[in-house]
Each structure stands twice: as structure tokens, then as C-alpha cells.
Write a protein that binds this ligand. Sequence first.
Ligand code: ADP
Ligand code: MG
Length: 322
Amino acid sequence: MSDTEFDIIRRYFMRQISNRRDVITGIGDDAALLQVPAGMELVVCMDTLVDGVHFPTGTPAAAIGHKALAVNLSDLAAMGAEPAWVTLAITLPEPDADWLAGFSQAFFKLADYYKVQLVGGDTTQGPLSITVQAHGFVPQGTALRRQGAQPGDHIFVTGTLGDAGLALQLRGDAGRELQQRLDFPEPRLAAGQALRGIASAAIDISDGLLADLGHLLEKGRLGATVFVDDLPRSVAFTEAVQRHGAQFRELPLSAGDDYELCFTVPAELLQQLAVAQAHFSCSCTRIGTVEKQAGIRCYTADGEGYALNARGYEHFGVLPHG
Ligand code: ADP
Ligand code: MG
């Protein structure tokens, strides 16, 4: 390790404060030494953000610092896990003090909010790329999985869809609210944890609702009906689509950058869901139903069926029992 690398670690990533007793040794040794609480399963995930691929070149350092952690916490949320520890591999073209300050401040702001501790990492020189590995816990046997949905289960999503995707499309012209949704996504950790024992399956929406709902259904070779007019849209989204054009209106189905949760709930647990929702700290909307017949069928409120293609919605008929 060179002097500059050590300096960067010491100045920006090594902190004296620790609010976790399960960290026996954090940054500074050859590896972190960690205590998994008794009765808990360890949940581990990793995501890489590459400059120009996962965020536009020139994205503010604070947004990258927040997002690198948030996308990982979102994966833990989708498993119903409580986050605990993270490691961070950072590759930088050069040690830019302003950039590192902006990045690390936003990273730690989010980490502190969820009492997550940075316990190690790697610092290297090269094209800008950030990898975070996150570790969390679930009580044994309670993790939410992609597999488990059954025909008849109701399909829900948290928050609103399409905001971040629209900000990405409008390239800085989207207004503060939508831009915030793209740059500072909020991991739905409270919702994920509250859904343990209630959701039959869950996933975070990182590739778009249709793609990720597809992942929930594919293992059981199931299908779904989705009511497109019921997809939750923010006021900012609706106004921006009115201003900028109808070509963006399918984004709630296709855009992935909101990091909301999509989950299924058996009819007999809807009452429990209503109770659990008080702990979500975000909204939650029913958007459809799981069905035996494979494929995702989208309908508008008046029973019109639509198929999504590259140009947007395409009419394909009317819901038979509409
Ligand atoms: P080694 O050479 O033994 O692999 P390093 O010199 O890479 O160790 O790292 C020294 C210590 O600093 C280790 O505890 C490592 O986990 C930590 N570390 C390195 N880079 C980072 C980073 N970006 N964020 C947090 N911890 C880091
Ligand atoms: Mg070593």
C-alpha cells in the first residue's frame, strides 16, 4: 500500500466512532473480525458502480457515495434483512480531496442513519469504480426470497415508480425532486423487515417493474395481471410527463432506478399487511395479482390490454372478463 492510499483510508474512511458491539476488529487489520448474533443468519450482497455505466460521468461525488451504499442496502431490504456491516472497494483515477470528502460524507450519512459500520475495504488507482459489499442479519429461516409467490397472491410495490428513470432520461432537466430520486434513492429497509412472515416473495426493483416482477414469477413458472393505471406515480412524475411528452409514460413499468420493493402477499395475510404498513415509512400500493398462466398481462382501468414495446404501449385487446 502506498502513502497516498494509506492517507486516503485514514483521512476519509477510518473513523474512531463505532456504534456496533458486534465489530471486534474493523478497519486497520488484515481483515475485519465480526460477531454474528446468535440465532441470526448472515445475508451478504455486493454491487459495483462503474463511471459512465451505472451513473453518468460527472455525477456529484455525494450522489455516488450515497448510491453505492443505498443500492446494497436495497438488496438487504428485499431479503427482509437488518443491515450491519459494509466493506468498500474504491478505484479512483487520482486522489481528489474534494471528491473524496463529498463521497465519504454522503456514504457515512446514510451508514450512520441505519447504524451500519464500514469495517474494511480496498483502495486502488484506476478508472472510477465503486464496489460495496453489505452484510445484514435475519432471524433464522425468515428471509424474504424471490421464490415463493403463489397464484392468487396480491402484488404490491412500495413508494412511487418511474421518478429516477425519468430524471435519467431528462439528463439534469427533471427538476429537484426527480433528480433527488435518481441520485439519493432510499433503501426500503423498514418495509422489508416489516414484511418478514407476511410477503411470500420479494425483490427490489433495479431493472424495472416488468423485469423484476418477472424474476419473482419465473422460478414458479407463474404469471401475473398488472393494472397499469394503479402503478403509483409521484406528482412530480405526472407533471414532468405532461411537460416533456407521453413517450415517458411507460417508465413506471420499465425504469429500474427507483429501488422500490415489489412483493407478493397471500390473500389471508392482507390484514397483517395493513398492520405492518404502519412501520414502512413509505407508501405501499397494490398493483396486481399472481396467476397460474405464465407471462405478465397489463391492463388499464377500463379493461384495455397493452403490451410494452420499444415505442411504448401497444394496444392488444380488451380484458375478457374486464
Ligand atoms: P492489505 O494490504 O493487508 O490488503 P490494505 O492496505 O488494503 O490491507 O488496507 C488496510 C486496511 O484498511 C484494511 O483493514 C482494509 O480493510 C482497510 N481499507 C482499505 N481501503 C479501505 C476503504 N476504501 N474503506 C474502508 N477500509 C479500507
Ligand atoms: Mg494484509
